[in-house]
Design a protein around this ligand. Structure first.
Ligand code: ZN
Length: 440
């Protein structure tokens, strides 16, 4: 199964065109090819001889074949596998070293097989038609939008806030971001707007702003007043008005709540602009109340995937242990869960073991859905009278402008059974920190 990717992979030349280092996470390093408006992802590893080519095949298969049909093709640009030659590989590896964050240096680029996809900080050519001016995009990492801990143990914090609270209690961080995912997914206009303000105020790696593909705001890059100024210019506001962030929040909340597959012409929820979040009531714990999200908006699709599993980390660990009675090792189990039903081990499994594999697939898919990022990319419509509304347009009456919107889900890497035991331990340590803090 995996070998078919190799036969299809085409080469890509990097040095023949301008490129920039875009950033990196624990598993991948990303560069942007500005002429092609595409990004290349190189797999990273700390082991010299680790086979990371297989990981690249898994990432492409999972995004294109598993996530894309479930979230909707409108929201996911296809991923392709490409090959870079030795010269390009060494050139990129040497050139990016001075730009890389020190904390990320223990893993280096390993694979010449790379993932190529559209750079979603720009519109695709079809979306770009009849647009003009700067392209502004916002990246949001929403995290888990529902409270899974309440059912299993009496904790009044959601998964993300518990993690923050535990890290603070253990002295690993010195302050907590106010952002709570339950606010963003609440469908309550005031709480959603507050969530956007919280992200803007304390972006960490959860909130980024790009202008024409360049990162202008996130943790340690840019400042809030500078970005407000950029947004004011983009929206052509009076320089003395200071409501650019209110307008941004209205734009983002509208995009997140709109059923973009069915509706291409959308009015921005302008009532949000004047909502005052500064003195909104914020309790000590996460607010678990929520209204149903509009069907088929991206938040509703994402939440449905996050909630589709019936099991948690502990049950997933029990299922893994049970399956390992009949499967040689954890890597064999990973391959089985990753590629089912396209795996040569299938015939060795009983019906109950196949049900276990399906349970693990649903569980791991929900973990990926809690870890994706959303990119909301906007560019002004050039001539409304020429617009065909094949792709979404947001009318922003109060600034007398209309914007093309492209909403993309990115960072959909498959999660592996290898990591389940560490999630169990991590959750236990957070809960210990939480309960010990209550005794203090
Ligand atoms: Zn929370």
């Amino acid at each position: 199964m995996q070998s078919t990717n190799k036969a299809l992979a085409r080469s890509i030349s990097v040095v023949a065109q301008p490129w920039t280092y875009r950033g990196e996470g624990g598993a991948n390093l990303v560069i942007a090819l500005s002429d092609e408006k595409s990004v290349l992802r190189f797999a990273k590893s700390k082991f010299v001889d680790k086979d990371v080519d297989g990981k690249i095949g898994e990432i492409a298969y999972f995004a294109n074949t598993v996530m894309r049909p479930r979230l909707g093709s409108l929201f996911i640009r296809p991923l392709e596998i490409r090959i870079v030659d030795d010269l390009d590989f060494h050139n990129v590896r040497e050139s990016v070293q001075p730009l890389r964050p020190p904390a990320r240096l223990k893993k280096d680029m390993k694979s010449k097989k790379v993932i190529m996809s559209h750079d979603c900080t720009f519109l695709t050519p079809e979306y770009e038609r009849n647009t003009q001016g700067d392209t502004i995009s916002f990246e949001i990492k929403p995290k888990q939008g529902w409270h899974s801990l309440k059912a299993s143990c009496s904790v009044d914090l959601c998964h993300r806030c518990l993690k923050q609270y535990a890290k603070l209690h253990k002295g690993e961080i010195t302050s907590i971001s106010k952002y709570c995912p339950l606010d963003l997914f609440s469908c309550d206009p005031l709480r959603m707007k507050r969530a956007i303000f919280d992200l803007f105020e304390f972006p960490c790696n959860r909130f980024k702003v790009f202008r024409n593909g360049g990162l202008i705001y996130t943790e340690n890059i840019g400042t809030a007043p500078d970005v407000e100024n950029e947004l004011s210019q983009w929206l052509e506001l009076d320089p003395h008005d200071s409501d650019a962030v209110d307008l941004m929040a209205a734009l983002l909340c509208t995009a997140l709540l709109s059923p973009l597959e069915e509706t291409k012409e959308i009015d921005v929820m302008e009532s949000l602009v004047s909502l005052d979040v500064s003195d909104s009531d914020r309790g000590q714990f996460c607010d678990t109340k929520s209204d149903p999200l509009p069907p088929n908006c991206i938040l509703q699709r994402l939440l449905a995937l996050q909630r589709q599993t019936e099991i948690g980390d502990n049950e997933a660990q029990i299922i893994c242990d049970r399956l390992l009675n009949n499967i040689e090792d954890i890597e064999g189990l990973h391959q089985l869960v990753m590629w089912h039903p396209n795996n040569k081990l299938e015939h060795k499994l009983s019906p109950s073991e196949i049900e276990d594999v399906l349970q693990l697939q649903r569980f791991l898919l929900s973990v990926t859905a809690k870890d994706v990022s959303l990119l909301l990319t906007f560019r002004e419509i050039q001539d409304l009278s020429q617009e065909t509304f094949e792709h979404p347009v947001l009318h922003f009456r109060s600034v007398d402008k209309s914007f093309r919107l492209m909403l993309s889900v990115i960072d959909m890497d498959p999660k592996s059974v290898h990591r389940i035991s560490s999630w169990v331990k991590r959750k236990e340590s957070w809960l210990n920190a939480y309960f010990s803090s209550l005794k203090d």
